[in-house]
Design a protein. Structure first.
Length: 140
């Protein structure tokens, strides 16, 4: 059907001519109420969005001189976050002259990541930022 004929037919029915598949040859159009179509589409999108799994990024901040007991506590926290299905961002913060010992900071961060017993995978590799290093891990 030609476009002018389709527009006339749509006006007679009191509806709109809506282009469904513009890239098809020939383009596919439908005669329908466009406002109702938009409403149903937005409801469908909202429903799909509510069904998506939401994962939060939890943070753990370490220092170069963090004591073993504190590291153990933070390790337990990280394991708890991973067990709940959250992502964990582990940061090691460098202050003052600690910035000169970046190799030590990297080593501490990798040792901390190895100590975590919950199965995980690295989402974002070890990355330098102005205050130190960070890495993001996710549960497997």
């Amino acid at each position: 059907m030609s476009v002018p004929q389709a527009i006339i037919l749509a006006k007679e029915r009191g509806a709109d001519l809506v282009e469904i598949a513009p890239k098809a040859v020939p383009p596919v159009c439908k005669i329908m109420d466009f406002g109702k179509y938009q409403y149903q589409k937005s409801r469908e999108d909202r429903q799909n969005k509510s069904k998506q799994k939401k994962s939060e990024i939890k943070g753990i901040r370490l220092g170069v001189r963090t004591d073993e007991h504190d590291l153990e506590f933070k390790k337990n926290q990280a394991e708890k976050f991973l067990a709940k299905g959250n992502k964990v961002k582990i940061e090691i913060h460098l202050r003052g002259r600690e910035k000169a010992h970046q190799d030590l900071a990297r080593k501490n961060l990798t040792d901390f990541m190895r100590s975590i017993s919950v199965p995980n995978k690295v989402e974002q590799e070890l990355k330098r930022f102005p205050g130190g290093f960070n890495v993001i891990i996710t549960p497997q």
